[in-house]
Design a protein around this ligand. Structure first.
Ligand code: AGP
Length: 617
C-alpha cells in the first residue's frame, strides 16, 4: 500500500522525505510526491512512475530549504497513476494546504458533491483530494489547524492514514489514522511520521504506533496524540528491533512472508465499502453493467491463468450456488483458440492480479469481438485489462511483489464471493435473507484469516520437515479441489519439485497408482458440520491412500474430532461455512511451500523461470 513520510526538525527536509520514500519502495507504488514549507511558502513536486522521476523533477525545479514536509508513494486505488492523481494534493482556493493519504475514503462521493456545490475546483480523480479541500475549508472557518483537521477526519468513512501541513502553521504536521498504518519516530529536537518504521529507522529506533481513530499533532519538540473526539492519549513507546537494511521488506524475511501476513488486510480492504453490516452487497463499479444483461444472463465464463484461474474455480461454486447462473472456468489461452460459444447474454469475467497477462487480454478482446460484455477482477488500478473491460471490480490487496501470488489470490476469491452475492441479489435467485446471512458470514472472514496467520508455525515446521520430498500430492473435493490445485502450484513454483493436485474423488480413477510408502499427501478436509458435508467421503479417501503407505497432512476445521485418527499431521483452520473455507485453507499451503523452499535455500520472491506478469502469449 502507499508509503508515507512526515518530518519536522533541523535536518534538510527533502533528504529525509526522499530517503524515507526510498526505503518504503518495497511497498510497491506507481507515483510519488513531496510537499515542504520553506521561505517561499508551501512547495510541492509530484510525478507518476518511480521515485527517480520525482528526483528528476525536483532537480529541474529545485525546492527551497525547509524543516517541515510530507512525502508519499502512491499505489493507485481511485484514479489512474498520473502526475495529477499523485499525492500530495492541495486544498482550497488558496492552495496553502497539502495532504497525503493512504487508504480508501468510502464516502468521498457525497463529500465531493458537497464541495462541488460550493464551487470547489478539483485537479484529480482521487478520493484523497476531497479531504484536502474539506480541511482547507474548515481551516478557513476555524483558523485552527488541529480543530479543522479533527472536524474533518470525524466525517470520513473507510480506511485512511492522512498527513497535512499548512503554510500558515509551518511548525506542525497533522496526522490521523483509521484502519491504515501510522507510526511516529521520536528524535531529539525532531520528530517523524511513517506508514511503517522503515520511513525513519535510519534516524531513530524510538517509535510509537498510533492507535485506531487517533490524531497526532507533531512538532519538532513535541508530539501530542488525541482521540478523534479530542481526548488526550498517552501512547506507548517501543524500540525498533531491525535496521534500515531490513527495511527493504518492512522487516520481513521476504516479500512473500510479508504478503502472506498481509492477507487479513487484503481481504478486509477488498470487502471495505462493498457490503453493509446487514450483509447486503453494493458494488457500484458493477452497476455499470446493464441490468438487462444480468437478468438475462445465460452463461458466465471466467477466464484467467494460473493462480487467478483457481480463484475463478472457487467463484464458480459461489456464483452457481447463489446466483443460479451456469459458469465455466477457462484457461485464457485455451478459451481464446477453441472457438467458444458466446452469445449477447454471455458475461465474461476476467481475473488477473496484474491486469497485463497477455493470454487473458487476448481472451477478453476475443470475447468482446464476439459480442460479450467483460467484467474484470483486477488488483492493479488502471491496468490494460481494467481499461479494456466494461466494468472492473478492483481487489485491494495492495502491490504484490513476490512472483508467486498469495494475497492477490485471497483478495480475488473475496471479490468472487462479492460478485456472486450481488448477482444473486440482482436476480433474486435466493431469498434475500439467505443472501444477507451469507454476506454477514463473509464479513467475518478477515478475523478468521487473522487467526490462521497467527497460527502458521505448524505449517512452516512441516515445510521444513518435508524439505527433501521429491513429490507431494494434494487432494480436495468441491471448493477444496481448487485449493488443492493452488497448493500444488505454490509448491511447484517455489520448491521446484513435482506437486500435483487432484479431485479426491478422482483418485480411484488412476492417480492412486502414484501412492507408495511414505508419499506425502496434503488433504483439504471439508467441515463436518454441514448437512450435506463431504467430510466422510474425504475421510474415506484418506483411508484409501493411508492403506497404501501415504503420509497424510490434513487441513481441517477446528473441532473435527475424526480427522486426527486418520492423519499423521493436522493443520487446523477456524470454522466457517465450507464455501468460504478456501480463503482459510489456502494459507497454510502458502506457508508450507514458502518454508520448504526456504529450507532448500531457494529464493521465494523470485523463483527461477517465472515472471510476475506474463505479458507475452
Ligand atoms: C501465481 O502464483 C503465478 N505467479 C501465476 O500463476 C499467475 O497467477 C498467473 O500468471 C496470472 O497472473 P495475473 O493474475 O497477473 O493475470
Amino acid at each position: 500500500m502507499c508509503g508515507i513520510v512526515g518530518y519536522v526538525g533541523p535536518k534538510a527536509t527533502l533528504d529525509v522525505l526522499l530517503g524515507g520514500l526510498r526505503r518504503l519502495e518495497y511497498r510497491g507504488y506507481d507515483s510519488a510526491g513531496v510537499s515542504v514549507i520553506g521561505a517561499h511558502g508551501l512547495e510541492t513536486r509530484k510525478k507518476a512512475g518511480k521515485l527517480d522521476n520525482l528526483v528528476a523533477e525536483i532537480a529541474a525545479h529545485p525546492m527551497s530549504e525547509s524543516h517541515i514536509g510530507i512525502g508519499h508513494t502512491r499505489w493507485a486505488t481511485h484514479g489512474a497513476p498520473t502526475d495529477g492523481n499523485a499525492h500530495p494534493h492541495l486544498g482550497g482556493p488558496t492552495q496553502k494546504l497539502s495532504l497525503i493519504h493512504n487508504g480508501i475514503i468510502e464516502n468521498f462521493a457525497e463529500l465531493k458533491a458537497e464541495l462541488l456545490a460550493e464551487g470547489a475546483k478539483f485537479a484529480s480523480e482521487t478520493d484523497s483530494e476531497v479531504a484536502a479541500h474539506l480541511i482547507a475549508r474548515e481551516y478557513e472557518a476555524t483558523g485552527d489547524l488541529p480543530t479543522a483537521f479533527a472536524n474533518v477526519v470525524n466525517r470520513l468513512h473507510g480506511a485512511f492514514t492522512i498527513l497535512v501541513i499548512h503554510e500558515d502553521q509551518p511548525d506542525v504536521v497533522m496526522a490521523a489514522r483509521r484502519n491504515a498504518p501510522l507510526v511516529i519516530g521520536l528524535g531529539e529536537g525532531e520528530n517523524f511520521l511513517g506508514s511503517d518504521v522503515a520511513a525513519f529507522v535510519e534516524f531513530t529506533k524510538r517509535a510509537i504506533s498510533v492507535g485506531q481513530d487517533q490524531i497526532v499533532i507533531l512538532r519538532a519538540d513535541s508530539v501530542e496524540v488525541r482521540t478523534f473526539d479530542g481526548h488526550p492519549v498517552t501512547p506507548e513507546e517501543f524500540t525498533v528491533d531491525w535496521d534500515a537494511s531490513a527495511a527493504s521488506k518492512g522487516g520481513w524475511s521476504s516479500f512473500m512472508a510479508k504478503e502472506i501476513a498481509d492477507q487479513p488486510q487484503a481481504v478486509a480492504d477488498t470487502l471495505m465499502g462493498r457490503i453493509d453490516s446487514d450483509g447486503l452487497v453494493r458494488l457500484t463499479e458493477v452497476e455499470g453493467l446493464d441490468l438487462g444483461l444480468v437478468m438475462n444472463l445465460d452463461r458466465l465464463i471466467i477466464v484467467a491463468c494460473g493462480t487467478a484461474a483457481y480463484a475463478g474455480d472457487i467463484a464458480k461454486y459461489a456464483i452457481e450456488k447463489w446466483a443460479r447462473i451456469p459458469v465455466s472456468v477457462e484457461l485464457s489461452h485455451e478459451f481464446r483458440y477453441r472457438d467458444p460459444i458466446i452469445t449477447p447474454n454471455t458475461l465474461v469475467v476476467a481475473i488477473s492480479q496484474s491486469g497485463e497477462t497477455m493470454d487473458t487480454l487476448m481472451a477478453t478482446r476475443y470475447a468482446k469481438e464476439k459480442g460479450a460484455k467483460v467484467l474484470a477482477i483486477c488488483n492493479t488500478q488502471g491496468a490494460t485489462l481494467a481499461r479494456e473491460s466494461d466494468a472492473v471490480i478492483y481487489t485491494h490487496a495492495g502491490p504484490e511483489v513476490a512472483v508467486a501470488s498469495t494475497k492477490a489470490l485471497t483478495a480475488q476469491i473475496t471479490a468472487g464471493y462479492l460478485l456472486a452475492l450481488l448477482l444473486g441479489q440482482m436476480r433474486q435467485s435466493l431469498p434475500a435473507a439467505e443472501l444477507m446471512a451469507l454476506g454477514q458470514e463473509l464479513l467475518k472472514m478477515p478475523a478468521r484469516v487473522t487467526r490462521v496467520i497467527e497460527e502458521l508455525e505448524p505449517a512452516k515446521e512441516l515445510g521444513r520437515e518435508f524439505a527433501n520430498a521429491k513429490s507431494v500430492l494434494f487432494l480436495g473435493r468441491n471448493v477444496g479441489f481448487p485449493v488443492a490445485m493452488e497448493g500444488a502450484l505454490k509448491l511447484k513454483e517455489l520448491a521446484y519439485i513435482h506437486a500435483e493436485g487432484f479431485a479426491a474423488g478422482e483418485l480411484k480413477h488412476g492417480p492412486i497408482a502414484l501412492i507408495e510408502e511414505g508419499q506425502p499427501v496434503i488433504v483439504i478436509v471439508p467441515s463436518p458440520r454441514e448437512a450435506d458435508s463431504l467430510q466422510p467421503k474425504v475421510i474415506s479417501n484418506i483411508q484409501e491412500i493411508r492403506a497404501r503407505g501415504a503420509k497424510v497432512i490434513a487441513i481441517a476445521e477446528e473441532g473435527d474430532t475424526q480427522v486426527e485418527a486418520y492423519s499423521e499431521h493436522v493443520l487446523w483452520i477456524p470454522q466457517s461455512q465450507s464455501i468460504f473455507s478456501p480463503i482459510l485453507a489456502v494459507i497454510p499451503l502458502q506457508a508450507f511451500a514458502m518454508e520448504l523452499s526456504t529450507a532448500k535455500g531457494l529464493d521465494v520472491d523470485q523463483p527461477r523461470n517465472l515472471a510476475k506478469s506474463v505479458t507475452v502469449e
